[in-house]
Design a protein around this ligand. Sequence first.
Ligand SMILES: [Zn+2]
Ligand SMILES: [Zn+2]
Length: 285
Amino acid sequence: MPLLMDTHAHLDAPEYAGGKLEEAIASAKNAGIEKIISVGCNEVTSFKNIELSKAYKGYIYATYGFHPHNAEEFDAERHVAQICECVKDPGVVAIGEIGLDYYRELSPRAAQKKVFLTQLGIARELDYPAVIHIRDAFDDFREFTSGFDFKGVIHCYSGNAEFAKWAVDKGLYISFTASITYPLKTLYKSAEKTKRPVGEILRDKSLPDAVPRAMLDIFAAVPAARIMLETDCPYMAPQNLRGRLNEPANVSAVAEVISAVKDIEYGEFCRITGENALGFFRKMA
Ligand SMILES: [Zn+2]
Ligand SMILES: [Zn+2]
């Protein structure tokens, strides 16, 4: 049984209203997804996910944290105590998602920095894993976190190979979504035409022809022992399902592509990344 997990979903999202959440969970179970982590972005969504972790005990886990987009909602007086209280809950496995997002820059950078470092400080103090979101802010992230260590996973990785190498050296994990399938449009088209799985075609092909060099460099920089898999659903549906509602079952598309590129047997790759997740989010083990 491959130990396939979706380590980053947003099952609290309004997109799953009207019975779609129950459908997504049923199809995840059907697809053999072992566990799902549903990630909070502010107070309301964190509590919704904690409720889900209680309703689906042992299957769905939650995190508590303020996303950089919501940095201005963070009220240190209220929320520092709330994080410390919430992480005592058996279903809360990490602090997150926290980080820096200069791409959309929905909050001022100074506020993002302050709220990120406050929450990372709590994670370090409690020796808790942190789920980290970084977009177009890799240099600042490196600068702000130089000089100390922490348990972190950089989710929905969008950086380059050089940063990935730095992150691995720092002891961090890297988590990939189906955004890695977007540069493989041609491959997905030929999979559709030939009715062959993308992973199978990829294993037959000369990689530099099928996969952009920059992507190959990233996968070469990150050993399987540091990779985790996620969907970030309801966003980021795989290339062949783009525009549709994404769901945890689709994490298999991420495993299919990376295992083929790294030339690791699919089931073995799922097992390695699943064990990475159990070791990292240790309350889930
Ligand atoms: Zn994110
Ligand atoms: Zn997310």
